[in-house]
Write a protein that binds this ligand. Structure first.
Ligand code: URA
Length: 447
């Protein structure tokens, strides 16, 4: 078998067998298939797509490249939540300690930022000393002792995704349904889970711009998860505007610390608590051996109220502190966010007009944040953990001309003007108050 023949086959629209896909994934990992050939393969998949069978084969080959976490000896229901990626999308850092406080176990393998979106691992890297490149035994210890762990892909955990993830980011091949599904589900299949909630983002700031694509990705991943024996549902949530009030790594960690103390932006609260409710419902359906049901308003509220208790009484915050300590970060940072990296240059962005914010395009906000230093344009770019944007006014809010509606943070003053131009290109202001945005669009259940 030769890589070049398989690339040609996919380039011309053919379907690859499981053996052929394993040959490419394994060969790439061993160095027998170089990055340039794998890049050509990724671009062929981006252009031609993959059948469901091929996507499942790719997911399995990627999962088999590393070690599975062996959580069998740890008591409790193992659950995770994974997002397809967004701007200001920080719910993992709130949900993991929350679920641990509620007695569930969450062994999360997460990723760095991709394209204009942020990544959980980059956010955690802004906490002084915190390690996310840890060995499987350290993940198990932390899950056992704290209730959750968040680690990045390593040579042992998700190694194929580690390599492909970085390559996709640098070759404009991120926005591909099979590649996203295989990337996410290969990590989740390695976690030894009982249940999984997927947050499929739709809108300008997600990789799936429209509802049809989002539903297709959600159904594909829900199918892969359930076939593997993991109770999986997907919640399709809005990513037309950034989530919460911050974009950028240390800034988002600070927002999560506030949220864990009960202070949430309304949109972040609704999305986080909806995901929490679904996680609790799935955990119940694991212990009761029932099928997950569509949640009515009443049950949804009951789960949300139950979760809120653990925020309100400080249990989730306490778990977050324990987690930082267990992964060798400085737990003081949770009490004193001034210990997180701080930017030298701070600039308010003023509203050009009077009116209501009708649109704050998440893609433009993500691009502006990248320009300030919060994201990578190339594989080896170094992120500035302090860089990013604090959003003072959200869509639907009234603003006056010259009123600051966002604040930029960076250590590179030269980036400010361009970032402002990009940010403002995504803002629309209207005379009339816009209709309230819908945040939760749909839920995809196993069929
Ligand atoms: N998250 C992942 O882990 N992979 C993707 O491809 C997108 C989001």
């Amino acid at each position: 078998m030769r890589a070049v023949d398989l690339i040609r086959k996919k380039r011309d629209g053919g379907a690859l067998s499981g053996e052929e896909i394993s040959f490419l994934v394994g060969g790439h990992l061993r160095g027998a298939v170089p990055d340039y050939q794998m890049s050509a393969f990724l671009m062929s998949v981006y252009n031609r797509g993959m059948s469901e069978e091929e996507t499942i084969a790719l997911t399995k080959a990627m999962a088999a490249s590393g070690r599975a976490l062996e959580l069998g000896g740890i008591q409790g229901i193992k659950i995770d939540k994974h997002s397809t990626g967004g701007v200001g999308d920080k719910t993992n850092l709130i949900l993991a300690p929350l679920m641990a406080a509620m007695g569930l176990k969450m062994p999360s393998i997460a990723g760095r930022g991709l394209g204009h979106t942020g990544g959980t691992i980059d956010k955690l890297a802004s906490i002084p000393g915190l390690r996310t490149e840890i060995a499987p035994w350290e993940v198990l210890e932390t899950v056992k002792n704290v209730g959750f762990s968040i680690c990045g892909q390593t040579d042992e955990i998700g190694p194929a995704d580690r390599r492909l993830y970085a390559l996709r980011d640098a070759t404009a091949t991120v926005e591909s349904t099979p590649l996203i599904a295989a990337s996410i589900m290969s990590k989740k299949l390695s976690e030894g889970l009982d249940a999984l909630v997927l947050d499929v983002k739709t809108g300008s700031g997600g990789f799936m711009r429209g509802m049809d694509e989002a539903r297709q990705l959600a159904r594909l991943m829900v199918g892969i998860g359930n076939q593997a024996g993991i109770k999986t549902v997907a919640v399709i949530t809005d990513m037309d505007a950034p989530l919460g009030r911050t974009v950028g790594n240390a800034l988002e960690v600070k927002e999560c610390i506030s949220a864990l103390k009960g202070r949430f932006a309304p949109d972040l609260l609704e999305v986080t608590m909806t995901l929490a409710a679904w996680m609790l419902h799935l955990a119940d359906s694991v212990s009761e051996e029932t099928r997950p049901q569509r949640l009515g308003e009443h049950l949804l509220k009951r789960y949300k109220d139950e979760a809120w208790d653990y925020i309100e009484h400080g249990d989730a915050f306490k778990k977050f502190v324990e987690f930082i300590d267990a992964q060798q970060g400085d737990p003081e940072a949770a009490f004193n966010p001034a210990l997180l990296p701080r930017a030298m240059h701070i600039k308010p962005v003023l509203s050009p007009w009077n009116g209501y914010i009708r649109r704050m395009d998440a893609f433009a906000v993500g691009q502006a944040s990248m320009l300030l230093g919060a994201g990578r344009a190339k594989m080896d770019d170094v992120i500035d953990p302090a860089a990013g944007i604090v959003i003072g006014k959200k869509p639907g809010d009234a603003v006056r001309a010259e009123e600051p509606f966002a604040t930029f943070y960076t250590n590179e003053a030269a980036t400010l003007a361009m970032a402002e131009e990009v940010f403002l290109s995504g803002i629309e202001i209207s005379d009339r108050e816009p209709a309230k945005r819908k945040l939760i669009h749909d839920v995809v259940l196993p069929f």
